[in-house]
Design a protein around this ligand. Sequence first.
Ligand SMILES: [Zn+2]
Length: 190
Amino acid sequence: MKMKFCSECAAPIVRLIPDGDDHLRDVCSQCKTIFYQNPKVIVGTLPIWDDKVMLCKRAIEPRYGYWTLPAGFLELSESTWQGAQRETREEAGATVEEGMLYGVYDLPYISQIYMFYLAEVKDGLHEAGVESLEVDWFERSQIPWHDLAFPVIKTMLERYFLDRDNGTFSTFHETIEFRPRVHYNNESGD
Ligand SMILES: [Zn+2]
């Protein structure tokens, strides 16, 4: 998000490389406050119950109507596990009590980091939150592979079933180097 005016003194913001720095920053032209921008952390869970996986159908853009795992932006003053629990409660109405850090994804091209916990849902109880059209449990054979919201969700689920086949779960890390194709208005075709 672009800032135009300083939140400290309301003077215009300029873009420059401060002394001793090596990145362009938003800097106040008057009070010289530097506004650093850093990657966003997205936390979530892969909720499990009775050999089934929980998925949520998105009630918001992007990817409205596609299936995803409960996840969202980490809040200030929150641990990643607390954030993952909160998102699971808000989006899926489900309580996860113990979780294992399972999947960590770096997406440097959009400056995001995903952290997913593998977590058991007590009694399998759930209820769709405001950001979900519906929430449901899926057997392996029922996973809507072609209607998943994001590549990272597909990768997570594939990894989970692979680990389940091998009978062992361990934390993994992946860097996704994907650059979406840029479309120009004067370009024809797809
Ligand atoms: Zn200022």
